[in-house]
Design a protein around this ligand. Structure first.
Ligand SMILES: [Zn+2]
Length: 519
């Protein structure tokens, strides 16, 4: 524990620098130590791992009666929420807002009914990225002067690592999510997209392969209600995350694009809020607006988390019961061969809706001279098509089980980190199984995250297969069956195939059989 030089109650770095600076990792740990020293038993300070450079990934567990473990959280029967901040370490207001909320729990006023929920706060997920501070890390963002960098120390984006888990930080997070099994996951960011009239935009899980009830619950119930409360209780305008796109549709632009309208980002589970949907858990992406000043961004992120936690608290035991039902539905559908999963997805428009637009002025950080943008002028309302959801264009039935040949041990190891039960095949056997023979494969020209992403087409057949000892069997009668399909199935659009685990067979040419068999 660091020595504490902070007043009682502690103040955050932005509060004591007139919102010019954000906290270093050491300053976050110092703040948490000051909270810990206050001795409030409802606030338990622990960690869910450490980064490659040895920085702790702190976790603050807030519950009354106190909760010290995942087993106690589960036994409480209350809604459990995981609030993740600083995944992109230049997007820092979530981190500062979480510290302020922790302080409110201890010194008051209570931000939410603490007896009704178990809240897990991870204020500084990308701790190494946080401390690589430089004024140029966040172009056009209205402060602070010392943002961290977007990627991890390895230079990889933690919000593209939801499936392959190449970063130690991501493996730590995934293990903790498997252990604590929160019913709600919130990921806090700052958007650097198009000019708009909101202080914050949000997205539910966007994968069409999530449980349909989960999609409608978060999209049609949670987020519209929380949006209303943000306006009524806090005076903040919030809306679905979106952007305007350039003609080539590759770049975000500030100019309103009436033809293509307001468009959200991506359905693929490399994004953590999408992979959480495949675990049958409500997930919410939060994007504070980078043209709003730092103080406002902290306030709106704080209010958004507060309203999510309050809303979850109101659900009481029905929220854990809902998640348990989605788990049970997923298992029984997989067991009976009824679990349909998308293999191709398309964005769709929810219809024409009012979207708030606002202008901006150019400005600069008075300390560093870095250019930034300041939202200014009146808000205007435009009626635009809002493309904020994805639907499956093509679907496949998930099998009852996958069998992976011994050469796919890296896939088995990855599944285990994801919390999937994998059985070792000790005795060879013969069985009639579904087989996948390669028809064609593509390899992206542009590297992305150190990979050249792959796609492939397969001829799906049925054959007598000799399964060797040393193979792995993955029964889909598990709550994570949707995630298993997306990871393992050679037809899935963001799984092991995408991220080069199957390259040996993709390079072997048409006709080759991959040692993945389906029951
Ligand atoms: Zn981000």
């Amino acid at each position: 524990m660091p020595r504490i030089f902070l007043p009682d109650p502690p103040v955050t770095v932005p509060e004591r620098t007139d919102y010019r600076l954000t906290s270093t990792h050491a300053e976050v740990m110092e703040f948490l130590a000051a909270v810990d020293a206050a001795g409030d038993r409802r606030v338990f300070l622990t960690r869910f791992g450490a980064t490659p450079e040895g920085r702790e990934q702190p976790l603050v567990v807030i519950a009354d009666p106190p909760v010290r473990s995942a087993a106690e959280a589960r036994a409480s029967g209350k809604p459990v929420l995981w609030i993740n901040a600083n995944i992109h370490a230049g997007e820092v207001e979530g981190k500062e807002a979480m510290l302020a909320l922790i302080r409110e729990v201890v010194w008051g006023p209570e931000p939410w009914p603490v007896e009704e929920v178990v809240v897990l706060l991870a204020p500084i997920y990308n701790a190494d990225g946080n401390d690589r501070m430089a004024p140029k890390n966040r172009p056009l963002q209205q402060g602070p002067s010392n943002p961290g960098q977007r990627p991890s120390a390895r230079g990889l984006d933690l919000n593209r690592d939801g499936m392959k888990l190449e970063n130690l930080e991501a493996r730590n997070l995934t293990r903790a999510l498997v252990e604590w099994d929160p019913h709600v996951f919130v990921d806090l960011h700052t958007t650097n997209g198009s000019a708009h009239g909101y202080e914050l935009t949000y997205a539910p899980t966007l994968t069409p392969s999530a449980h349909p009830e989960l999609i409608s619950e978060s999209t049609d119930r949670w987020l519209p209600e929380i949006r209303e409360r943000m306006r009524e209780r806090h005076g903040f305008e919030v809306f679905d995350y979106g952007n305007f796109l350039s003609d080539g549709a590759h770049e975000f632009v500030d100019e309103v694009d009436k033809e293509h309208g307001w468009r959200t980002y991506d359905h693929r589970p490399r994004f953590v809020t999408n992979s959480m949907g495949l675990r049958n858990r409500i997930a919410i992406l939060s994007e504070a607006y980078s043209y709003a000043d730092f103080r406002t961004r902290i306030a709106v992120s704080r209010a958004f988390v507060q309203e999510i936690v309050r809303y979850a608290a109101e659900q009481g035991p029905s929220l854990p019961a809902q998640c348990a039902k989605w788990d049970a539905d997923t298992r029984s559908q997989a067991r009976t061969g009824q679990l349909a999963q998308h293999v191709e997805a398309a964005i769709y428009s929810r219809g024409v809706e009012p979207v708030l637009i606002r202008g901006f002025e150019e400005g600069a950080d008075p300390e560093t001279g870095e250019k930034w943008r300041v939202a200014s002028g009146p808000r205007t309302t435009l009626e635009l098509p809002v493309w904020v959801g994805f639907m499956g264009k093509d679907w496949a039935k998930a099998p009852k089980a996958y069998v992976l040949g011994p050469e796919l041990s890296a896939v088995a190891a990855l599944l285990r980190v994801h919390g999937v039960l994998v059985e070792d095949v000790k005795v060879p056997y013969e069985a009639t199984l579904t087989t996948f023979h390669l028809e064609s494969a593509t390899r992206a020209q542009q590297p992305f995250q150190g990979h050249n992403e792959r796609t492939a087409k397969w001829k799906v057949g049925s054959d007598s297969v000799s399964v060797p000892a040393g193979s792995f069997r993955v029964d889909l009668d598990q709550p994570s069956a949707r995630l298993i399909f997306q990871l393992v199935d050679p037809r899935a659009d963001d799984g092991c195939l995408t991220w080069n685990f199957y390259d040996k067979w993709l390079s072997a040419g048409a006709g080759v059989e991959i040692p993945i068999w389906a029951e």
